[in-house]
Write a protein that binds this ligand. Structure first.
Ligand code: ZN
Length: 465
């Protein structure tokens, strides 16, 4: 987590004349930094436009060439041999043209991104040689990052390019942040140009001193920080990276079993105790599906009146958008569910999450018509990656019988799972005998307690038959 703190700075030099000298240096520097910031934006926007022009001219050139070849092809005087050759060139050009599409443009840009970022660094190096390298590097990085963030909105006409004002803070790289404690316990910042400051914490309600001490001890890490000049005061804008706390104490023997299903997207059960949680609801999906269907219907209606190729293309585009919209919904939904699975494990101190090993199409267990409706694989992948980040181990268990055997006594016989949602154990010796329980909970519990750990399809019962 990055936080920013504002700390007032005092000159270490008390002599009035020397202080005026420092003010002169700082104000001049601030002015150069202000000009350089806008120069970086201009220079980077030029790069953008240049790349775009290049891209368009590539297209134009090939288009013109293709046109003239087609003309030649149609001429009566063209021989069969020549026609063959023209066809060859046309096909090649078509391939080339397809390659110079937006994706290629993006790829090209990415490949040269480092060079592009550096180009404005070089420009300001030439134009503002009074800006030292540590400030130049930090400034170019910051402005370029802002520029990249704004670019899409700029291209869509939502905003204009950023302009920077004279009071822009002066950023510098971390190696120019040299803070030490002197013999009188003052916090000393030895900055650039041989300028030294004392950190002035004042009442320090926000505990800035504590944060600086933690930077000095290495517990926290400082990032690109800045000096800000405001009227007759100087401030340090300190950027600090505070490491995320590790709420450990997770026990690998406490296991969360996750049953993925249609009625309830993810049902979690603890291997010990009675902890459980149902995450998500199939109705969420149904609702979105219906919304999208309605949109498609409306689209069909409005487009029946449109004739010609253009209208059709437009319709296809809108259909693509709708598909993408639906896809994005599922993705966001899966992100949400996977986050909650991991949170459930953390809350209960569980150091292990067990998932069913997905064998893919044609799941043998007929009570589990899963894997058809939406991407369980994606959900599993997300759970895996989020769990690993939280220090929780992931294991896959054999899915065979997880929904049809009793989690309490292990009894397996036909018709215990009486429908999609209900399970009743038929073993008279079982505590759960004759009692209705939620089928998803029973399955999740089986998964949590399962000892059949598998790592490949070959190891699963359903494969061995
Ligand atoms: Zn039982």
């Amino acid at each position: 987590m990055i936080i920013n703190r504002k700390i007032q700075l005092d000159f270490t030099i008390k002599n009035r004349e020397s202080q005026n000298e420092i003010w002169k240096i700082l104000r001049k520097l601030n002015y150069s930094v202000f000009q350089a910031s806008n120069e970086i934006v201009n220079s980077q926007f030029f790069n953008e436009v240049y790349l775009f022009r290049q891209h368009v001219s590539d297209y134009k050139f090939i288009d013109e060439e293709m046109k003239s070849l087609k003309k030649q092809f149609a001429q009566k005087t063209t021989s069969l041999e020549e026609k063959k050759e023209i066809l060859y060139v046309l096909t090649r050009d078509k391939i080339v043209k397809e390659r110079i599409n937006e994706a290629r443009y993006e790829h090209f840009k990415k490949e040269f991104d480092i060079g592009i970022q550096h180009s404005s660094y070089d420009v300001i190096k030439q134009l503002y040689p009074d800006i030292p390298p540590r400030i130049r590097a930090a400034l170019n990085y910051r402005i370029f990052t802002d520029f990249k963030r704004d670019l899409l909105a700029v291209k869509n006409g939502l905003i204009t390019l950023r302009t920077y004002r004279k009071d822009i803070p002066i950023p510098f790289t971390v190696d120019a942040l040299k803070i030490s404690i002197d013999e009188r316990n003052r916090f000393l910042l030895k900055w650039l140009f041989g300028i030294n400051f004392y950190l002035h914490f004042g009442k320090d309600d926000s505990r800035n001193q504590e944060i600086v001490l933690k930077i000095l001890s290495g517990e926290y890490k400082a990032g690109i920080s800045s000096i800000q000049i405001k009227d007759d005061k100087v401030f340090l804008l300190l950027s600090v990276d505070i490491p995320n706390k590790n709420p450990k104490g997770l026990n690998p023997d406490i296991v969360v079993g996750v049953d993925l299903g249609i009625t309830i997207p993810a049902y979690c059960a603890l291997s010990v105790g009675k902890g459980r949680v149902a995450l998500g609801n199939s109705n969420d999906f149904l609702r979105v599906r219906l919304q999208m269907q309605a949109r498609r219907k409306r689209l069909n209606k409005s487009m029946t009146l449109t004739q010609g190729g253009k209208g059709k293309n437009k319709k296809l585009k809108v259909l693509d958008k709708i598909k993408e919209c639906e896809r994005n919904f599922v993705k966001t939904y899966n992100h949400n569910i996977s986050k909650k699975v991991v949170e459930f494990a953390e809350k209960n101190g569980a150091g292990t999450i067990k998932l069913e090993f997905l064998t893919g199409i044609g799941q043998v267990d007929r009570n589990k018509p899963k894997l058809r409706n939406w991407s369980f694989y994606e959900l599993q992948t997300m759970i895996k990656y989020k769990a690993e980040r939280a220090g929780i181990k992931i294991l896959h268990v054999d899915a065979y019988h997880t929904s049809t055997q009793c989690a309490n006594c292990g009894n397996h016989e036909p018709k215990q799972r009486i429908d999609q949602t209900t399970f009743i154990c038929k073993n008279p010796k079982c505590e759960g005998f004759g009692k209705k329980i939620l089928a998803d909970y029973n399955a999740a519990l089986n998964i949590a307690r399962s000892k059949k750990i598998v790592t490949s399809k070959l190891e699963t019962q359903s494969f061995q038959g």
